[in-house]
Ligand binder design. Structure first.
Ligand code: TRP
Length: 361
């Protein structure tokens, strides 16, 4: 079986470190591993509109931002098909047929949808499109016959729903669709990167993000202002490492060799954590180290972004070509689906002949 990746992001803002460690960094690695036959990266603008219906301008502005983030992180249009969801109508045809295989109560039980409904105060008036977006996401994934979906932990319920839809479709209409597996980052700290304020998640609305496109100065200021252990008042006080976002970021980003370069008094992060726990290690020192580590990772990304920003027509060309290529694949799957459902009337000679016989009696 072919090995195929599909994953994507909603273009509601620039991408931040949470996106990066949760999925983007791994995508680039998977892309460069050469282990996959096809890789599709979707800018999910139609999904973004399910809770931004009154604000298409925001989505429109952020498509190119996300594309720039992708390219500057090393997604290579020669290897990965970067495409725009709304320009592939086949996805929405698939969605309509899948809708018949899912109950409203099943959607209401989807944990990610549930928490997003709360977050957006949608309880009393949920847009139908929003409630149904897991079905549309199943269409995104199955349209490309994806075998693997690298994404953050929050997408796990979407993958579950997709697999249920695939099983149900195949059991009713015969083996047609592929059940995908989720690829989560192996590093625990990367599953859900907290905000700079220590809140559970980086989120634009909470204003606690470090963006891939932030300047060196912005990154430094955000790092130096990060929430740490509130009980670690004096340098000599023992500090807590668990739930301390500065250490979670270090877990996600730092490598042993960076201690040699920036903080040779420790061999590795474990030694640094032990010192913090004992007392005697100040937050400023930890934050300065984190800043060096992050700058090292972000500088090449930032520099590549500046180059791509000088050639926006190229970025649009990448999106257009990728969307055309992706559309062809989705159209192939839609044809398979319609055939399996026997709603391909004009290609179905058996049906036409049957009707000729039936009405000639
Ligand atoms: N739901 C994803 C997010 O919130 C975006 C997305 C849309 C996606 N379609 C997808 C992710 C298919 C993985 C696979 O960012």
């Amino acid at each position: 079986m072919k090995k195929v990746i599909l994953t994507g992001d909603r273009p509601t803002g620039k991408l931040h470190l949470g996106h990066y460690v949760g999925s983007l960094r791994q995508r680039v690695e998977l892309q460069n591993s050469g282990e996959y036959d096809e890789i599709f990266i979707m800018i999910a603008d139609a999904q973004a509109l399910t809770d931004n219906a009154e604000n298409p301008e925001k989505i429109r502005q952020n498509i190119v931002e996300v594309a720039l983030d992708y390219l500057s992180c090393g997604l290579d249009p020669e290897k990965s098909v970067i495409h725009i969801q709304s320009q592939i109508p086949e996805l929405f045809e698939l969605t309509v047929y899948y809708m018949n295989l899912v109950t409203v109560s099943r959607l209401q039980r989807n944990p990610t949808v549930k928490s997003e409904i709360q977050l957006r105060n949608f309880e009393a008036s949920i847009p139908v499109g929003f409630l149904a977006y897991p079905i549309s996401q199943a269409a995104d994934i199955t349209a490309f016959k994806a075998t693997a979906v690298p994404c953050g932990e929050d997408q796990q319920p979407m993958l579950e729903q997709t697999r249920e839809i695939v099983r149900k479709f195949n059991s009713i209409y015969g083996e047609t669709l592929i059940e995908p597996e989720i690829l989560l980052p192996d590093n625990k700290a990367c599953l859900r990167l907290p905000g700079t304020d220590g809140k559970a998640k980086m989120s634009k609305s909470l204003n606690n993000c470090i963006y891939l496109s932030d300047t060196a100065d912005e990154v430094r200021k955000k790092v130096m202002g990060m929430y740490t252990d509130p009980n670690h008042l004096r340098v000599s006080d023992p500090g807590q490492v668990e739930g301390n976002p500065v250490f979670t970021y270090l877990d996600a980003f730092c490598r042993d060799e960076q201690f040699e370069r920036y903080l040779p008094e420790y061999q590795n992060l474990d030694e640094m954590k032990a010192h913090y726990r004992r007392g005697g290690l100040g937050d400023v020192k930890v934050k300065k180290f984190l800043n060096s580590v992050l700058q090292e990772e972000l500088e090449p990304i930032r520099n590549r972004r500046k180059e791509f920003e000088k050639d926006i027509p190229y970025v649009y060309e990448v999106l257009k070509k990728g969307t055309e290529a992706a559309r062809e694949v989705a159209a192939g799957t839609l044809a398979d689906v319609k055939k399996a459902m026997k709603i391909n009337y004009f290609d179905d000679l058996e049906l036409i002949n049957e009707h000729i016989r039936k009405f000639s009696k």
